[in-house]
Design a protein. Structure first.
Length: 349
């Protein structure tokens, strides 16, 4: 992500670019994208009132002090932009806590994420991939637009991204008209085909500083896939162990029935089928109950934001719901074909 201003968790201005400055910055962004072999670049706009004043300057990140492009001049503040915030009334006014930065729902952004403009509710003020934004308001620190929209209508669109700095929460054209705002270039989202290397990140940082921009790279998180896979394997092995003991107990209780079957001419195939079906049915029931219980716990844990549940571990669930019963059927079939040792009389107990 390339920003025109430092990426800080607070309200800050966005400088307004002239046509020449915009062309210059676009060229810098294109050259930077080419240097790190980007697959695409998505321009991101915020919203501002060109008739409002500018905010006080914000300090830049360490080592990234440079002249910012824009009509506001190097190092000076920019035009205020709206954000979703929690506003609390206090004795001498109100306390504002920024929650979500708002990018404009431009046709380019909607098209990039495969959202037809017709799907955006004309009455909505915000479209977002998040479901935990109730009670927030669109706060605009500019004087002309007032304090924003206190009870915005929020439309949930799960095709938008979920990461914090991504354009996952957008202000609509309707809300911008209500506040008298216009789009203004603020950032560029750059995607590469593979995770950025340290060299590429350093190249991007140097290019951004020379262009007066601020770069933000996504922190690579340790994948949970190995943990998930090993947990699935351990769970299957544990389930099979319990299942083996359960089936063994069932067979011991039904030993007389098995002897009767053998005495009446039932083949080993019949005995194998009975044991395999029993093991498979118990395994399927256990897998369904275990999965349902796990998701019930996840629903309780993520009740305020259910978006993490949208990332379904399909392969792991297939292994548990289909693989576990199949393994149980095969194991029951292979291990249950032995002839009962005594079929002529009831065994001593």
């Amino acid at each position: 992500m390339l920003h025109l201003t430092p990426a800080v968790d607070d309200f800050q201005g966005v400088p307004s670019l002239s046509a020449g400055q915009r062309q210059e910055v676009t060229g810098d962004v294109d050259r930077l994208a080419a240097a790190i072999h980007a697959s695409w670049v998505l321009p991101l706009d915020e919203a501002y009132d060109p008739r409002s004043g500018t905010l006080s300057p914000q300090p830049g990140p360490t080592g990234q002090e440079g002249v910012q492009p824009g009509a506001t001049g190097g190092g000076s503040g920019g035009y205020p932009t709206p954000a979703l915030a929690k506003v609390t009334r206090v004795a001498h006014g109100e306390e504002v806590s920024l929650v979500v930065n708002l990018y404009a729902a431009t046709p380019a952004v909607l098209d990039h994420y495969g959202i037809p403009a017709a799907e955006v509710d004309p009455a909505s003020d915000i479209v977002s991939s998040r479901s935990d934004l109730a009670g927030l308001q669109i706060f605009y620190p500019g004087g002309r637009a007032g304090s924003g929209i206190t009870d915005p209508k929020i439309q949930n669109v799960n095709r938008l991204p979920i990461y914090t700095s991504d354009p996952g929460t957008l202000i609509t054209t309707k809300a911008m008209r209500t506040l008298g705002l216009q789009p203004i270039p603020a950032a560029w989202l750059i995607q590469t085909r593979n995770p950025l290397t340290t060299t590429q990140i350093q190249t991007a940082q140097k290019a951004a500083v020379s262009a007066g921009l601020y770069v933000e790279a996504r922190t690579v998180q340790t994948s949970l896939a190995p943990l998930r896979d090993w947990s699935t394997a351990a769970g299957v092995l544990l389930a099979l162990s319990v299942l083996a003991m359960t089936v063994g107990l069932i067979r011991s209780e039904t030993a007389n029935d098995l002897r009767t079957l053998a005495a009446t001419g039932a083949s080993s195939t019949t005995r194998r089928a009975l044991t395999g079906a029993t093991a498979g049915a118990l395994a399927l029931l256990g897998a369904i109950l275990g999965t349902a219980g796990a998701y019930a716990a996840l629903l309780g844990w993520h009740r305020s934001d259910l978006s993490p549940l949208g990332r379904v571990p399909v392969i792991n669930l297939v292994v548990i719901l289909a693989g576990l019963p199949l393994i149980a059927i095969v194991a029951g079939w292979l291990l249950a074909g032995g002839e009962p040792p005594v079929i002529s009389r009831r065994p001593l107990e």
